[in-house]
Design a protein. Sequence first.
Length: 345
Amino acid sequence: MKLTVGLIGCGEFAKLHLDGLVRCAQVGQVIAADPDEAAREGLYRRYGIIQRTEADWRAVVDHEAVDVVDVVTPHDSHCEITVAALQAGKHVICEKPMGRTLAEADAMLAAAQEAGRRLLISMPQLYYPAVRRAKEVLDSGEIGRPFLADFAVYDDEFVRMSDPEHWKGSIERAGGGVLIDAGSHPLYLLLHLFGRPRTVSAMCRSLLIDIEGKGEDTAAVALDFGEGMMANLLVTFADHGERYRAERRVLCEQGALLIRDMPEDEVPLALLQGEDFSPIRVRNPLYVHPYGMEAMIEDLFDAIVEEREALAETQLAYDTLRVVMAAYDSEREGRRVELEDTGAS
């Protein structure tokens, strides 16, 4: 029996979710909600899988036909909608970040446990072919022990960050600036590849966009994973030269891995050894982000139906948020923050 999905939020990003839902074998129909009539009706006309729309998300969450609620809204509503959906007996897939604070994430986890329903978090870059192949190479040990990772994300959010009325970068609505937003992607990749860091040191600054109530436009984070492994992350919303570009390099004892799939490259994964540049065969799609979203949605729904863990583990999303919070503490207190060896309950 195919599942009915309640899609909460009909903005631009909802289209990526719907493209995946249309192709997901487990999904039969969608009921969508958004207070913006033009947004929800535009999706209704475009996607035949949407059977009806609602202005109030509560009507979808309470609808008896809905099996899974997909939360694609700004950060400040993730917790409220997720907890309400879980209490209504629905499984939930929620966009990253899991919450604006660990308290919100804890409330979501507690609601899932009490309801006996699944809570899953969107982390599509885990499903990129070059990332998956890179993890296989690293785990195999064929190029020795990794000791340094250098990840960077360059993005241009100057317009929305500069708008005092927009939620993007709002400390109150988003929970912070670039780190809790675009920074979540490289952070969960680093944790996925190398485990959980022991300490976090960070600078989170507004270097270009200085608007009252907005968070940092740039963050530099150093992670110490122990056992001779560390990582640097640079992420910014203040790059006028790029809409979105990610650079990822992993140094190992016997070479360096380059992951170059955003924007898409003819060689999405390569190994550097001395003067040798060796492409590692990866079947990379023409557009990797839509592919990653579709692959993730298929895996998440299969995980719900088959009652198994997904590649995008909820614990990973929680631990990523812990690192973000530790980075903000590091900036605020001017010190290196140690992470306790505890996780989500």
